[in-house]
Design a protein around this ligand. Structure first.
Ligand code: GDP
Length: 139
């Protein structure tokens, strides 16, 4: 059975561009409940750990530099079938390929600076939620 939790980050590009409110509105309008949320900034070590699975990819350095370049909003979102439904809501990694009306189609600049993160599995949703939030910050 699919889990009911996913982890998102509103990435530094979207925070810089003033899109926090519009993105959170689209998320809650789509039926997700926010069960944890904070404005924070990743250190280089944080970003390297969060994206460790991509360590061998050619864009890893760029990804870490971008994700540490300014504040982000991290949030745990709850809804039935959360991981899959949220990935549908955000659209493809490359905004040029993201379906019309998706968060990345509306707000992302490029495949690297793509406005939002969404967990890719229930297992990673749990790991990523616990990466950002202590138990007492999850409601
Ligand atoms: P996601 O699950 O849709 O976020 O995509 P991936 O797991 O494949 O990649 C993780 C993140 O790495 C993406 O959201 C982008 O921010 C970044 N990324 C992926 N591909 C590229 C690329 O070709 N160039 C750069 N600079 N960043 C990339």
């Amino acid at each position: 059975m699919a889990g009911n939790k996913t982890l998102t980050m509103i990435k530094p590009d979207a925070v810089r561009d003033g899109h926090i409110g519009a993105i959170l509105n689209q998320i809650t309008e789509a039926g997700f409940r926010i069960s944890a949320m904070k404005l924070t900034q990743l250190s280089t070590a944080d970003a390297q750990a969060f994206y460790a699975v991509h360590a061998e990819r050619p864009f890893f350095g760029e990804l870490v530099e971008f994700m540490t370049s300014g504040p982000i909003v991290a949030a745990i979102l709850e809804k039935d079938n959360a991981v899959e439904d949220f990935r549908t809501l955000i659209g493809a990694t490359n905004p040029a390929e993201a379906a019309e009306g998706t968060i990345r189609a509306r707000f992302a600049k490029s495949i690297g600076e793509n406005a939002v993160h969404g967990s890719d599995s229930d297992e990673n949703a749990q790991i990523e939620g616990d990466f950002h939030f202590a138990g007492r910050e999850q409601f």
